[in-house]
Write a protein that binds this ligand. Structure first.
Ligand SMILES: *Cc1c(COP(=O)(O)O)cnc(C)c1O
Length: 374
């Protein structure tokens, strides 16, 4: 068995093992894991420092998960947008393909709580169906492998999927969404990197929520992927009691950049049943973005989005106060320090698109109005 499989098998999945290690009430945990499974890898267990800290909250089952009566199992209506099994086609040019229900850890706030934890990977026949769909849909240029966690697939199955996808001529990008580098860094092996390298362009968006998750071993795993030519992004979920604080979020973003990961999305928590105790107000997220914008590297700032309930997709939100006023003359702007600035609009009329350089003969030739479309 590969080393990472042994390490994954040493994760905590049984309530009594969790009780032994963390001193929790076995009965309470047992009442939850029947519905919503638990798995805590050695790396994640090792980063828990105290009861109820930011890592603990993400992975230790909480009885509040069972008190969530009103919420829906599938608020994003992914199941309704699935033309073939395991494939979600919500946007015009890209699709999500869920290749497994297994994850290295089971996040207590998971959007796909209804699905995760069941054994098995995408079956051969299901892959064939997905490939046939993609081959027929020439508008799809971007496939996101998700789940569950695609990096839990054994190397040969991951390669089978990548190889099949690369037989589709109109498919440009393959992306993977994964929490593996941050929770089971041993999975990032030279063999895995060698496979990934063969199917570029491959992008990965890695899931991180707290700066303590970026241990030296995790950073090393991310570095191996980056060295294999994979551009790394991060997806972060805004979570009450975990990272709903501007200072923690800034530290996380800085740690990500140090690990060669570009922050991509910061998600407002979804309405999924069993996760509502993690939700924050929308203002919390906007204030965090405001506290970053201008105050630190632009590279450190993710897009803050809400995945709209009812299947509207991701909608970006920006703090409202940067643009005070806009009309045909110009915009009144406020910078991160609250200072006001005026930016004039270009004057309307035939000459407004002229280049502001000392134009040579050829440029003058274009500026007589005959070539407005240049
Ligand atoms: C998030 C998501 C995508 C990808 O969206 P991007 O904004 O391109 O990252 C595609 N399909 C589904 C169903 C998604 O939820």
């Amino acid at each position: 068995m590969e080393a990472w499989r042994r390490i994954l098998a040493n994760s905590i999945v049984k309530p009594k093992d969790l009780a032994e290690r963390l001193g929790v009430d076995v009965k309470k945990i047992e009442a939850i894991v029947g519905d919503y499974p638990m798995r805590i890898t050695p790396t994640v267990l090792g980063t828990i420092k105290e009861t109820g800290d930011a890592i603990w909250k993400q992975v230790v089952p909480d009885i509040a998960e069972m008190d969530d009566f009103d919420a829906e199992d599938d608020p994003l209506e992914e199941d309704l947008m699935s033309p073939v099994p395991h494939l979600v086609h919500r946007y015009p040019d890209r699709v999500l393909l869920m290749v497994t229900n297994q994850c290295p850890i089971y996040c207590r706030f998971c959007t796909r709580k209804r699905l995760v934890g069941k054994p098995g990977f995408l079956k051969k026949g299901e892959l064939d169906q997905a490939i046939a769909y993609l081959r027929a849909h020439t508008e799809v240029r971007d496939v996101i492998l998700s789940g569950g966690d695609p990096l839990l697939l054994p190397d040969h199955l991951l390669e089978r999927i990548l190889k099949a996808l690369r037989t589709i001529p109109h498919l440009e990008l393959v992306r993977l969404g994964s929490r593996v580098p941050g929770t089971l860094p041993e999975r990032i092996t030279p063999e895995l990197c060698a496979i990934v390298k063969k199917y570029h362009p491959i992008y990965m968006n890695l899931h991180f929520n707290h700066p303590d998750e970026l241990t030296p071993a995790v950073k090393k795993a991310c570095g191996m992927l980056a060295d294999a030519g994979v551009p790394l992004g991060a997806q972060t979920v805004l979570l009450k009691g975990v990272n709903d604080d501007p200072e923690i979020m800034k530290r996380l973003m800085h740690q990500l950049l140090l690990a060669r990961i570009k922050p991509y999305y910061l998600y407002q928590a979804d309405l999924t049943k069993g996760t509502n105790h993690f939700r924050t107000t929308v203002e919390t997220g906007l204030n965090i973005i405001k506290s970053l914008q201008g105050h630190t590297s632009g590279m450190a700032i993710p897009h803050f989005v809400i995945d709209a309930p009812g299947g509207g997709g991701k909608i970006p939100l920006l703090p409202g106060d940067y643009m005070v006023h806009m009309d045909a003359d110009g915009v009144l702007l406020k910078n991160y320090e609250g200072k006001a600035f005026h930016y004039p609009q270009p004057k309307l009329g035939a000459t407004r698109e002229l280049p502001m350089v000392s134009a040579g003969p050829s440029l003058n030739a274009c500026s007589n109005g005959e070539h407005d479309d240049l």
